[in-house]
Design a protein around this ligand. Structure first.
Ligand SMILES: [Zn+2]
Ligand SMILES: [Zn+2]
Length: 429
């Protein structure tokens, strides 16, 4: 089957492309890019006014299956991904049971129908049960298709264990993704430690609890030569540590989330909304500005959602008892367009760098560019579309969004995976 994407603004810095042109797709591959192209038979999609980019990837998604299918499943999570403009998600292993062996990775990839809406790249656990006590079967999981390893949800507390993990991962040539949290320092903290935690009378989670592990893991990365990716950095100090490490040539990459970029702790003061309870917590306005500066100067490699669906009854608890996390797959791109592209902070090339190429490079995934011969994994964006973040907006099973009520401008209206639509005219198909 042939498909002609007609007259969109095609943006892909990897091949030096930012121009209005047409793309012809046949049998899942891009076959031609140019102007005034036609196809003898097939489907023509009018892309006038749209931005056409390499398919977006989320480096950090919680799918909750197996174990909490009431919160999300592979199917509902990948539908949410398509709705948000993503062609692929990297699935964190802290399910129940934890994905810490080859068979669990295999199970995640088993039902092809579940993978129709977005590709799923499994991330395996670093340690058995993510308990931090013994190293998981990294080799087996790699053989079954795991792309990287993480005990996300918890930081690895024992530095000697982290060193051994990195030595081991280095031998396999794979990436360690670090959730940076020193548990003794973070304690029972539920919000950023500072003026707001004091005023609200809630236990504080200090910036230092993140930054000490960021510093440690960068040092261990230098010691072992293992590739390191730092998840959801939230503080100015963390960004500065990564900036300095990159200047020394350390093989470290990092991500930030939309909620840390676009919300700060002051939002919590208004109403103790548990949808604003995150790990790591929302920080200060100055931290937020430092994260944005990191996006602009190349210190931050990607924007990742940390999509964390939760059941409504669990988030309806008191602030200290509610679980951490917000959903993110469906709001990430509209938030980035509204807050960073429209005001001129990021170009469309930057968006491609941070949401398409950056995550792939950081986790060693197959590259995707817009060039003849490449697989047609493509996202089509309408920068003018309006989005109202209501409970009905979501394809995710969970509605615990930190951005409920937001009115945004710009979203994906089309997603192609290997030449087939998973999102067409703004609808998951
Ligand atoms: Zn985490
Ligand atoms: Zn996470």
């Amino acid at each position: 089957m042939a498909l002609l994407l007609k007259g969109g603004r095609v943006v892909d810095p990897a091949v030096g492309l930012d121009a209005v042109c047409d793309i012809v797709i046949r049998d899942g591959l891009i076959v031609e890019i140019g102007s005034d192209l036609t196809i003898p038979k097939g489907i023509t999609v009018d892309c006038a006014g749209k931005v056409v980019v390499p398919g977006l990837v989320d480096a950090h998604t919680h799918l909750r299956e197996p174990g909490r299918e009431d919160e999300e499943t592979i199917l509902s999570g990948t539908r949410a991904a398509a709705h948000g403009g993503f062609v692929a998600v990297c699935a964190m292993p802290n399910t129940s049971p934890v994905c810490d062996e080859g068979a669990a990775v295999r199970a995640l990839k088993q039902r092809p129908a579940d993978h129709r809406f977005a590709r799923v790249y499994p991330i395996g656990a670093l340690t058995v049960g993510s308990k931090g006590e013994s190293i998981a079967e990294i080799g087996d999981m790699l053989a079954e298709g795991a792309v990287a390893f993480s005990d996300d949800g918890r930081g690895v507390q024992n530095s000697g264990m982290m060193r051994r993990i990195m030595d081991y991962a280095k031998a396999f040539g794979t990436t360690v993704i670090s959730h940076c949290e020193d548990e003794a320092l973070a304690g029972r903290g539920v919000v950023n430690e500072g003026v707001v935690s004091t005023r609200l009378g809630l236990p504080g989670w200090p910036a230092a609890a993140e930054e000490t592990q960021v510093a440690r893991d960068i040092r261990l990365c230098e010691l072992t030569g293992c590739r390191l990716h730092l998840a959801h950095l939230s503080t100015a100090g963390s960004v500065e540590l990564v900036r300095q490490a990159k200047m020394r040539g350390v093989a470290v990459t990092c991500e930030v989330t939309p909620h840390h970029l676009f919300l700060d702790e002051d939002a919590i003061s208004a109403n103790y909304d548990t949808n604003l309870k995150m790990n790591p917590p929302l920080r200060t306005a100055a931290d937020r500005e430092a994260l944005v500066a990191g996006l602009l100067d190349g210190t931050v490699d990607c924007i990742a959602t940390d999509h964390a669906p939760h059941a409504a009854h669990e988030k309806a608890l008191e602030f200290e008892l509610a679980p951490f996390g917000t959903t993110g797959l469906e709001t990430a791109l509209p938030l980035v367009i509204t807050n960073l592209v429209a005001p001129g902070f990021l170009s469309w090339s930057d968006v491609v760098r941070l949401m398409a190429h950056g995550p792939r490079k950081a986790l060693g995934l197959p590259e995707a560019t817009l060039a003849p011969g490449e697989v047609a994994d493509i996202t089509i964006i309408d920068p003018e579309a309006s989005v109202e973040v209501t409970p009905e907006f979501f394809e995710s099973k969970s509605g615990n969004s930190a951005f409920l009520g937001a009115k945004l401008t710009g979203k994906a209206t089309g997603v192609l995976i290997q030449g087939y639509f998973s999102l067409e005219d703004g609808k998951v198909v």
